[in-house]
Design a protein around this ligand. Structure first.
Ligand code: NAP
Length: 249
């Protein structure tokens, strides 16, 4: 068994995930930098101070998930922190302006194969990865799971006709609402194991996901995710929050 706690961050080769990996390494954890493309993961891990190691991980590929779980079992025998960060907001040309991306995601517009693929990455992926890693999370003394959700996917806020953002509520937000629901399901089921599972809303953060239009830096966006990943024994489980406080489901 390693003496240092071990964390895995999916989609850690860029954006918020890379910053979360950087911050967890700074806190003294061994960080597995999940990346679909191993070389990009290696480049990301190389720029992190501390113990950061690239691992190949495509959350839509069960073989990739299984290989990673085997590697973590063989090398570490446990996993202390899992951050389900990998996600996609749009599957078309990345140069498409944000307003057009939002329009293309509306349920009156979005092609059904895009619906399936977005659910694969944003919902089924994190569920499959979490399930595969559960035996290793149970080996850790106080494991934590953080799922990266979105305040824009709050059903409560979007159901309010006065909400200024509800016109953008489409496939991306719906996948995140589903991820929030799955988080609660894992949190309840894992209560007897003492594993805390929470949703973090990073806020509107400048990354490739939104053509770098976000108003927060990645350092700011990563902060609350890292806080939930490092929760002490008195910390909550089954919650949805941002740095500003609780977010309605
Ligand atoms: P990003 O820079 O585009 O990063 C997304 C990451 O997910 C990339 O590393 C990407 O890898 C990875 N990824 C995509 N599909 C994957 C798959 N099938 N398997 C494994 N990794 C995959 O965007 P970001 O803003 O940092 O997003 C991180 C998380 O924050 C996402 O879950 C997003 O929904 C959430 N979020 C972001 C904001 C925001 O304003 N930015 C707000 C709320 C929530 P590649 O480089 O290989 O594509």
């Amino acid at each position: 068994m390693p003496d240092k706690p071990v964390a895995l961050v999916s989609g850690a080769n860029a954006g918020i995930g890379l910053q979360v990996a950087r911050d967890l390494a700074r806190h003294g954890l061994t960080v597995l930098v999940g990346s679909r493309d191993l070389d990009r993961g290696k480049a990301a891990a190389a720029e992190i101070d501390g113990d950061a190691r690239a691992v190949q991980l495509d959350v839509t590929d069960q073989a990739s998930i299984a290989a990673l779980a085997e590697r973590v079992a063989a090398e570490f025998g446990r996993l202390d922190v899992l951050v389900n960060n990998a996600g996609v907001s749009f599957l078309g040309d990345p140069a498409t302006p944000l307003a057009e991306r939002a329009r293309a995601g509306l349920f009156t517009e979005v092609p059904i194969d895009v619906v399936r693929r977005m659910f694969e990455t944003n919902v089924i992926g994190p569920i499959a990865l979490t399930q595969a890693l559960l035996p290793l999370l149970r080996e850790a003394p106080a494991a934590r799971i953080v799922n990266v959700g979105s305040g824009g996917a709050s059903l409560t806020l979007n159901a309010d006709p006065a909400d200024p953002h509800r016109r953008m509520f489409g496939i991306y937000s719906t996948t995140k609402s589903a991820l929030h629901a799955a988080t609660l399901g894992f949190a309840v089921a894992l209560e007897p194991d003492g594993i805390k599972v929470n949703v973090a809303d990073p806020g509107f953060t400048a990354t490739a996901l939104n053509n770098f239009q976000g108003t927060k830096t990645v350092e700011e966006g990563a902060r609350h995710i890292v806080a939930l990943a490092l929760l002490g024994p008195d910390g909550p489980t089954g919650t949805f929050s941002s740095e500003e406080g609780p977010v309605p489901w």
